[in-house]
Design a protein around this ligand. Structure first.
Ligand code: MG
Length: 341
C-alpha cells in the first residue's frame, strides 16, 4: 500500500472565534492510499489547540509502513499498530483510517455507511456553527445558514456576551439552537440559571459547559439541567466514553479526536451501551472528513458536520444537502466527488 500526503491550508469564510481561540484557516494533511488499483482519500484537520501540526503529522507518516496489511483490512490491528508507533496524534491517525475505509469501500464496491450498518434514511439534521462575534456578523452568518437550507444552528458561547448572542440570533430566526460553551462557564449555579434561560430561548442542548476536568461541576449541572449536557473536550477516544457516564447526558464524537471511523463507531456502540446520547461533530474539514462523519451520523442522535459550509476552498464538491440534512450518494467508499471544472 502506498501513502501519498499533501499539506493543504483550508480557509475559513469568516475568522472563527471560540472561548479561548480565534483563527482564519486550518492546516490539513490530505492523504491518498493506493492498493489493488484503487485510491482511498483521507484527511487530518489539525486545529492548533489540539496540539497536532503539519510537522508532527509528517514525522508520524515517516514511521508508518502499511506493507504488512492487505485487504480486507483488519482495522483493529491497524489502529493498534498506529497507536504503538506514537501516542496521541488522533488527527493524522484518522486520516489513515478514513483513507482505508474509503479504499475498502471502493475495493469491495460498497458505500462506507453500509459497512457500518448505517442507513442514510436516518440522517439527522446537521447544525451550522456560528463562532463568537459582534452582532452584525452573527446576523450575516445566520443569513448564510438560512440561505444554505440549514434547519438548526449551533452557537459558540462561553464569554460575558452569551445572552446578547442568543438575543441577536432570535432577532432573525426561530430555528432551534444548540450551544457550545467550550468549557467557558466557571460557576455551576450561573450555569444552571443559564441552562433554564437557554431552554426558554429554544436551545436543545449544551456542549461542554465547564472545564473538562471539573467532573463534579459538569455532573452537578447534568443532574439538574432541563436540557441535555454533552461532553466534547472531555471525551476524545473510546476509553473516555465510560468516564462520561454520570457526568454528561451524552458525548460529542469527532473523527479527528477518535482516530477515525473505526474507533468512532466503537464509541457509538459504547455510548449506546451506557445510555449516553451521541452528537457527531467535526473540525474544519473538507468533504472527505465530512462524508466520513456523515456515514456514521445516522447511528447518532445529533450531527454537527458543517465543515464544507464554513470554508471557502474545499477542493471537493460540497456533499448534497437538503432541508438541513446530508443526502448520501450510493457510490463505493465515502462518495467524495471532485469539483467539475
Ligand atoms: Mg464542542
Amino acid at each position: 500500500m502506498k501513502i501519498t500526503a499533501k499539506a493543504f491550508e483550508l480557509q475559513l469564510k469568516y475568522p472563527f472565534t471560540i472561548t479561548k481561540f480565534s483563527r482564519t484557516s486550518t492546516p490539513l494533511m490530505l492523504l491518498e492510499i493506493q492498493d489493488e488499483g484503487f485510491t482511498g482519500l483521507g484527511e487530518a484537520s489539525m486545529v492548533p489547540y489540539m496540539g497536532e501540526s503539519l510537522e508532527t503529522a509528517t514525522d508520524f507518516l515517516k514511521k508508518v509502513d502499511l506493507s504488512g496489511f492487505s485487504f480486507p483490512f483488519n482495522m483493529e490491528e491497524i489502529i493498534t499498530y498506529l497507536d504503538d508507533l506514537a501516542p496521541g496524534q488522533p488527527a493524522i491517525k484518522a486520516a489513515i483510517d478514513i483513507a482505508l475505509h474509503d479504499l475498502s469501500g471502493k475495493i469491495s464496491d460498497q458505500p462506507c455507511y453500509q459497512m457500518f450498518g448505517s442507513s442514510p434514511d436516518l440522517m439527522p439534521l446537521t447544525t451550522f456553527t456560528i463562532g463568537i462575534d459582534i452582532p452584525e456578523v452573527i446576523i450575516k452568518k445566520v443569513n448564510d445558514a438560512l440561505a444554505d437550507d440549514f434547519r438548526l444552528i449551533k452557537i459558540k458561547l462561553g464569554r460575558d456576551t452569551d445572552k446578547l448572542l442568543i438575543e441577536t440570533i432570535r432577532s432573525v430566526t426561530d430555528l432551534p439552537l444548540y450551544v457550545d460553551a467550550n468549557q467557558g462557564w466557571t460557576d455551576r449555579n450561573e450555569g444552571l440559571e443559564m441552562a433554564h434561560w437557554l431552554k426558554e430561548q429554544g436551545v436543545l442542548l449544551i456542549e461542554q459547559p465547564m472545564l473538562k476536568d471539573d467532573i463534579d461541576g459538569n455532573a452537578w449541572l447534568t443532574e439538574r439541567s432541563p436540557i441535555p449536557i454533552i461532553g466534547d473536550e472531555a471525551v476524545q477516544r473510546l476509553a473516555d466514553v465510560t468516564k462520561a457516564k454520570g457526568v454528561y447526558h451524552g458525548i460529542n464524537i469527532k473523527l479527528m479526536k477518535s482516530a477515525g471511523m473505526y474507533e468512532g463507531f466503537k464509541m457509538i456502540e459504547a455510548a449506546r451501551k451506557n445510555n449516553l446520547k451521541i452528537l457527531i461533530g467535526c473540525m474544519s474539514e473538507t468533504s472527505i472528513g465530512t462524508l466520513a462523519g456523515a456515514a456514521l451520523a445516522p447511528l447518532c442522535d445529533w450531527a454537527d458536520l458543517d465543515g464544507p459550509f464554513l470554508t471557502s476552498n474545499n477542493p471537493y464538491q460540497t456533499p448534497k444537502f437538503k432541508k438541513g440534512r446530508y443526502i448520501l450518494n450510493h457510490k463505493p467508499g465515502l462518495g467524495v466527488e471532485l469539483k467539475s471544472s
